[in-house]
Design a protein around this ligand. Structure first.
Ligand SMILES: [Zn+2]
Length: 280
């Protein structure tokens, strides 16, 4: 799943390379990904419209048309965007393709067909599930005090679930959630109510610093926008590898059906879990 650092990189790329372009054709190859809130077919409502701006309401990317329409994209777990120029190969399983007036294409690809492409009137986002936006973690409003207040309201959640909920914090996906908890030295299954004020402040600091690190790493990698940059990750998808801090073997566990990766020594469990990795 493209996460906030990836999405910022994609947004900036689209601002520099797509904004100002006019859509000349729309090819819907997999209608299952399309959610059209308008009466007309997408070809009719979008063709001739100019992309005036590109916005990120993480995890949603929006292409704003000069016709007061938006294309809102939720790439979900496996979706990606490719900007395909003439002569270049299509990269991935293309579901929807927008042809632009310079003959390049913006392709929405997803081999699982779970990504969503919403066509809506500007501001009319009620039909988009989970569009409710949480607190922007890169904004000045995301202070330690605000975070402690959010934590008080969601004390019964596991910490991994709290920071992963983009209706609360916008937005932290699975990969950066693992990196943040590793950085803060907090076990992913810890109940939020069990975190001390000092731990919450440390976690707040890790959210900000790990995301800024991710943004810098993705920019440095300078890959095409369809590539997911993950090589810099310290624990994510590193099951069985040594922890870069202490050398203990990194483990994988499930939290609410999602894989989480962590170091059992740097992130010790604070309550009795089914498996005590330290004893193994
Ligand atoms: Zn460790």
């Amino acid at each position: 799943m493209p996460e906030l650092p990836d999405l910022l990189y994609i947004r900036n790329y689209l601002r520099n390379n797509i904004a100002g372009r006019t859509v000349t054709d729309v090819a819907v190859k997999r209608p299952v990904v399309l959610r059209n809130a308008l009466d007309q077919p997408p070809g009719e409502s979008l063709c001739g419209g100019r992309i005036a701006a590109v916005r990120l309401d993480a995890p949603f990317l929006a292409l704003e048309f000069d016709t007061e329409l938006d294309i809102v994209l939720n790439l979900m777990l496996a979706g990606k965007i490719q900007h395909q120029h003439r002569g270049e190969k299509r990269d991935g399983y293309c579901c929807v393709s927008f042809l632009l007036d310079d003959e390049s294409c913006l392709n929405i690809c997803d081999d699982q067909q779970m990504a969503k492409v919403y066509i809506v009137r500007r501001g009319d986002y009620a039909s988009i599930p989970r569009y409710r936006l949480g607190l922007d973690i890169l904004s000045a409003e995301f202070t330690p005090a605000r975070f402690r207040e959010l934590a008080r309201r969601h004390g019964r959640k596991q910490v991994r679930v709290l920071i992963n909920d983009h209706a609360i914090l916008a937005s932290i996906g699975n990969a950066y959630a693992d990196e943040i908890l590793f950085d803060a030295g907090i076990h992913p299954k810890t109940y939020v109510s069990k975190l001390s004020a000092e731990e919450l402040d440390r976690l707040h600091g890790s959210i900000v610093s790990v995301m800024r690190w991710g943004i810098a790493e993705v920019e440095k990698a300078a890959q095409p926008i369809q590539v997911k940059v993950r090589d810099h990750m310290k624990v994510r998808n590193r099951k069985g590898e040594p922890c870069p801090r202490c050398g203990t073997t990194i483990r994988r566990e499930g939290v609410r059906g999602y894989d989480v990766f962590f170091c059992p020594r740097c992130q010790p469990a604070t309550r009795k879990l089914f498996i005590d990795w330290k004893r193994l």
